[in-house]
Every structure is written in C-alpha cells, then in structure tokens.
Design a protein around this ligand. Structure first.
Ligand SMILES: N[C@@H](CCC(=O)N[C@@H](CS)C(=O)NCC(=O)O)C(=O)O
Length: 217
C-alpha cells in the first residue's frame, strides 16, 4: 500500500491516523505542495484533482478523498471501528466530520491561499486573517455541537474514538501550525483534542514527525 502525502496536509493526516489505528503499514510518498509537485503529470495520473491524499492499494485505480479513504479502510479493516453501529449515530458522526472536512478545510488549502495571494493580491496579514476566520468558524461550530449533545463523552461521540475525532484533531493541529490558533476558548474541542494527542496513532503520524517536515537542525 502506498500513501501520497504532504507533511502539513490536514487531509493526509486524517488518513495516516486511520492507517495507524488499524495497524496497516503503508509506504509514504511525499509531495511538496508548495513547490507544485501535485501538478506534475505523473501525479495527475494518480489523482487528476491534483491534491493529496491518494492511496494506492493494488495497482488498480487509486483511492482519493480522505473521508472516502478512511471509510474504505473502516469497511475493509473493521477493528477498531471508526463509525458507530447505529445509523442515526453514524449520521451524527459523519455530519460533525464533514463540518470540518467539507465546510472549514476547503478555505485553507494551498490552492486557495495561492489564489488569495496571486490573483487577489492579499498580503500575508490579510491571508492569515482569512485562515483564522475559517478555522475559527469550524471550531466554534464543533464546540457548540459538542457542548449541547448528550452523546459527547471522552471523545466526540461517547467514549470511543470515531471518524470525527480524527477530523477534529487534524483540524486543530492545522489551526495551531498555520496561525497559532488558541483553542482555549473552546473547552469541549480542547478536551477531545488533548485526549487524542495522548494516543500513539495521533502522535506517531503527526505532521512534524513526517519525513518531509522541516527539520530543526
Ligand atoms: N477534500 C479533500 C481535500 C484534499 C486537499 O485539498 N488536500 C490538500 C492538502 S490538505 C492539497 O493537496 N492541496 C493541494 C493544493 O491546494 O494545491 C480530502 O479530504 O482529501
């Protein structure tokens, strides 16, 4: 199995966490999104959208879109399960996951940041303001939902880790790395994030532990 990834990519981090939770070994192939490796014809042949992650399983058509990949892994490798057994609970977990992955994350990806800079001429402070705004919007919504729902437990949905915790942790990690985001005002989100970060699956696959992460030496 081969995972195309970029160290700081929130979507790649989601898949790395799921692979680790399910004890699946995958070769990590890194692309430099800031240099434009995602646009190289060889990678476009893997994922015509020109984004990571993409997962190659067996030489057949690759899998792409992180939530689709995580759900595929969950179906093929059921333990530990990442979606609840009850249909209504599954819908809730998917809904929270999608608030992060589909409503907040698209605003902060490199191609959008590049467009703001080169096409709209926004300077760095304005771009950081943009990032903070959308990262905050996603976090605030999650906080509201977690605070009001009786199903909130040690994790977002009761006491077992699910897809939404993966999305929450990757989102908060991006927010901290991209704009020093303070999750202090969001106690429910912070509690789940801290709990996730006690687990190997989240720390061993952390962006800063990736082979393409910047080195401090
Ligand atoms: N919804 C997609 C998002 C994929 C995506 O936008 N990935 C970013 C990195 S997190 C990327 O590769 N961006 C390349 C670019 O913006 O040029 C998923 O969840 O897989």
């Amino acid at each position: 199995m081969k995972l195309y990834s970029y160290w700081r990519s929130q979507a790649s981090y989601r898949v790395r966490i799921a692979l680790h939770l399910k004890d699946i070994q995958a070769e990590i192939v890194t692309l430099d999104l800031l240099k434009g490796d995602q646009h190289a014809p060889a990678y476009r042949a893997v994922n015509p959208e020109g984004v990571v992650p993409a997962l190659i399983l067996d030489g057949r058509v690759p899998l792409f879109q992180s939530l689709a990949i995580v759900e595929y892994l969950d179906e093929q490798y059921p333990e530990p399960r990442l979606l609840p057994a009850d249909a209504r609970d599954r819908a809730y977990v998917r809904a929270l996951a999608q608030i992060v992955a589909m409503d907040a994350h698209p605003f902060i990806v490199p191609r959008v940041r590049k467009y703001l800079e080169h096409e709209l001429g926004l300077d760095e402070p304005a771009r950081t303001k943009w990032l903070s705004h959308w990262l905050d919007a996603g976090t605030r919504t999650l906080e509201h939902l977690l605070a009001r729902d009786a199903r909130t437990g040690l994790f977002c949905h009761r006491d077992a880790l699910t897809l939404v915790d993966i999305c929450l942790a990757a989102h908060v990690t991006s927010a901290i790395m991209l704009c020093g985001f303070d999750i202090g005002p969001y106690p429910a989100v912070r509690r789940v994030f801290d709990r996730c970060m006690e687990l190997d699956a989240f720390t061993a696959t952390h962006p800063l532990r990736q082979p393409d992460a910047p080195r401090n030496d």
